[in-house]
Write a protein that binds this ligand. Structure first.
Ligand SMILES: Nc1ncnc2c1ncn2[C@@H]1O[C@H](COP(=O)(O)OP(=O)(O)O)[C@@H](O)[C@H]1O
Ligand SMILES: [Mg+2]
Length: 205
């Protein structure tokens, strides 16, 4: 039987560089490992439909708790349909966002109860946690500058104060779980960040 694969998540506020790093890591690792790259919300047919609902700027009436449940539903499907089978087959899984986003965005950002969200995370993941989480930390103003060329989605439309609260949430999570969550400076160059990410990953592999 193959050894269980490793599960790595990328986290951080909007514009910190998660998707860029995900693509860098994929390019670098795809010939060396069997690797599955996913994004949240999304990554399965039904999860992508939930993603459309969550990010559609016309959905102005979504309440914070509904938002949390929609993310949880998307994640539940992703874990069962994609992540667990891939890990069982020994594949490496890299997820652009996972459960820490719920605590940072719906907890620190929206103000929902953290205990409630931790329970929700436990329920929708079945207790699965990433082996390693890379947190890209960046000043929210810099994050916004980087994103200026894109059309913002429903969550990205939230202002700098919201992004600041989310950032504080991420940093609190990192302090609480420093063995799992590694802090990277999102202001570093892409190549520098790729090197640091690979170094953290090499400890796992
Ligand atoms: N380390 C970096 N240095 C400079 N610019 C970056 C860096 N990482 C990403 N960018 C740029 O910043 C923008 C947002 O990056 P992206 O990866 O989409 O962030 P996220 O997925 O976290 O929202 C993109 O235009 C990207 O090219
Ligand atoms: Mg992205």
């Amino acid at each position: 039987m193959k050894a269980r694969g490793k599960f790595i998540s990328l986290e951080g506020i909007d514009g910190c560089g998660k998707t860029t790093l995900r693509e860098q890591l994929h390019d670098y690792l795809k010939d060396k490992f069997e690797i599955l790259i996913l994004r949240e919300p999304g990554g399965t047919e039904v999860s992508e439909k939930i993603r459309d609902m969550l990010l559609d700027v016309r959905n102005v009436g979504i309440k914070s708790r509904t938002e949390a449940f929609l993310y949880a539903a998307s994640r539940s499907q992703l874990v069962e349909e994609m992540i667990l089978p891939a890990l069982q087959e020994g594949k490496m899984v890299i997820a652009d966002r996972f459960m820490d986003s719920t605590i940072a965005y719906q907890g620190y950002g929206r103000g929902l109860d953290i205990e409630f969200l931790m329970k929700l995370n436990e329920l929708c993941t079945g207790g699965l946690k990433p082996d390693l989480t890379l947190l890209l930390d960046i000043d929210p103003e810099e994050g916004q500058r980087r994103r200026n060329k894109d059309v913002p989605d429903r969550l990205e439309k939230e202002g700098l104060e919201f992004q600041s609260r989310v950032r504080i949430g991420y940093l609190a999570l990192q302090r609480a779980e420093p063995d799992r969550i590694k802090l990277l400076n999102g202001g570093d160059s892409i190549i520098e960040l790729r090197g640091q990410a690979l170094q953290h990953m090499s400890v796992l592999l």
